[in-house]
Ligand binder design. Sequence first.
Ligand SMILES: Cc1cc2nc3c(=O)[nH]c(=O)nc-3n(C[C@H](O)[C@H](O)[C@H](O)COP(=O)(O)OP(=O)(O)OC[C@H]3O[C@@H](n4cnc5c(N)ncnc54)[C@H](O)[C@@H]3O)c2cc1C
Length: 510
Amino acid sequence: MMEPTADVLIVGAGPTGLTLACDLARRGVAVRLVERAAHPSTASRAKTIQPRALEVADDLGVIERVLKEGAVNIPTRHYDRDRVVSEAVEVAAGTPAPDAPYPPVWLSQPKFEQILRDRLADLGGTIEWGTAVTGLDQDGDGVTATVETATGEATIRARYAVGADGGRSTVRKHAGIALRGTSHPDQRWHLGDVRIDGLSRHCQHVWMSKEHGILSLFPLPGTDLWQFQASVPADVNDPQEPSLELFRDIFASRAAVPGVRITGADWLSLYKINVCLADRYRAGRIFLAGDAAHIHSPAGGQGMNTGIQDAYNLGWKLAAVLADADPVLLDTYEQERRPVAQAVLGDSTTRLRAVMRAADDGDGPTAQRGLTGDFTTGLTIAYPDSPLTAGTAAGGRAPDAPCRDAATGRPVRLLDLQRGPHWTLLSFGPDALPQPDGPAAAGLRAFRVTTDPTATGPRTVIDTDGHAHRAHATHGGELVLIRPDGYVAARRPSRDLAAVVALAAAHGLR
Ligand SMILES: Cc1cc2nc3c(=O)[nH]c(=O)nc-3n(C[C@H](O)[C@H](O)[C@H](O)COP(=O)(O)OP(=O)(O)OC[C@H]3O[C@@H](n4cnc5c(N)ncnc54)[C@H](O)[C@@H]3O)c2cc1C
C-alpha cells in the first residue's frame, strides 16, 4: 500500500470543509482539500452567521473581516400588498452581552467562504478545484481516494478522510453510511439572487398571506443583490421551473409595490426541504461533517452554522490523534455532534411549521420573530454527557468576559486568552498560578483570573467588574479547564492542578 501523501483528505470546499482546512492548517496538519466544482459558487444560500459560529471565526482569525463585510440589525419591513404594515429589527436572540460578544451577522455564504479561502491561503493551504472524489477505500493505515480531474483519474492517499461534500455526499455512500429522514413535499421554495430597482436596501421586505404564502426580499450585504425567497403554495402540485419571468410574476402577484422592478438574476432555484440525519458520523478512518451528515429546513439559519461547528469539533481531535493521542478521542466527535444535529433538525422543523402558520394568519412579525431564539445562536450547545466532560458542572461553552491584563493594564477578553489551537486553564482566585509542567503542558496556556485590582504578574487578568466570575459561576479557588474548541472540560479545586493537566493529557492535550 502506498504511503499517505496527506494526514487528512477533506472532500468539499464549502463552509464546513474550509473551516476544517483552516483549523488543521494552523495546527500544522498536512491537508489536501479537493473540490469538485471548477470555481467557487456565487449562490447566496446561507446568509446568517450565528453568535457561536462567530466565536469560531474569532478563533480562526477572521472575525474582523466578517464584522466589516457583514451587517447587523437589519430591520424587517412587513407589507400588506403595497402598504407598509410595520418595520422593526426582529432578531429575537443574540444581543451582545459581556459573556457573548457577537450578535448574529448577516453575510452571504459566498462572502464567508471567500474570507475562509483567503485565511486558508494565509495559512499556506490550497484548494484543488475541479477535483471530484469518485471512490474511497480504507485499510488499517489510511484511506485511498480516487479522484477525477480535467486531466484524468488519480489517487490520493491520506491517514483520514472527511466528507464535507454536502447533502448528496459521495463520501457518505462510499463509507456505507445511510442518511435517514423525510422529505417535505409541501415545503418548496423559489430562491434566487436578483437585482431590483426601486427598493430601499436598508431593510428586508416581507409579504405574507394565506392566499400566496411568503415572499421575502433580503438585501445581501456588500453586493447589489437581493436574496429572493418565495414559498410555493401547498396546493401547487408541480411547481414551475425557476425563471426571471416567474420571479417577476411572483413579485407582481404578492407585492406589486409601484416603481419596483426585478431587473436581473444571478441565481434562480427551486428548493425542496428534506430533513435527514446520517446514521453514523464515522466509519473507521472516514468522517462526515456538515450537510453530508445532516440536512434540514433553513428556518432558523442553522445549516452552515452547524457544519462550521462540526468542523471545529473534529479539527483539534484529528490533530491530537495524528500527534499520537488515543484514537478513541475521535469517537467523541459523533458522540458530541450527532445529538446536536438531531436537535437542530427538530428545532428547524418546528420553526418552519410555526412560520408557515403565522404566515397563514398574515402575521409577519410573529413569523419573523419565531425564526430565531436562544437555540439558534448556537451558544447553548453543550456536551454534558460527553466522555470528555468531567463532572456535572462542566460541558458547557466557555463564556467570554471583559477583563484587564494585569501586566499591561490593557483590556483583554477571556476569548482572547482562548484564541489559538491550545487548551486553556483559568485559575479563579487570588493565588498565583503555578506553571503546569510535564511534556503536555506546552499545549496548555494557564491564566490567573482575579478580582483583586492590585494584582500583578504575568498571565494574570483582573476581572474588573466580576463578569468572568459571574459567567463561570465561580467564587474563586477553582480551576476551569477549557478545550481547544471552547468547551469546559473540567472544573476542579485550585489544589488539583496536576490532576487537571493529567485529564487534559488523557483527552488529547499535546
Ligand atoms: C436556500 C438556502 C438557504 C439557506 N440558509 C441558511 C441560513 O440562513 N443559515 C445557515 O446556516 N444555513 C443555511 N443554508 C444551508 C447551508 O447553505 C448549508 O448548510 C451549507 O452550505 C453546508 O455547508 P457544507 O460545507 O457542509 O456543504 P456544501 O456547502 O454543500 O459544500 C459541499 C461542497 O462539496 C463539493 N463536493 C460535492 N461532492 C464532491 C465530490 N465528490 N468531490 C469533491 N467535492 C465535492 C460541492 O461542490 C460543494 O462545494 C441554506 C441553504 C439553502 C439552499
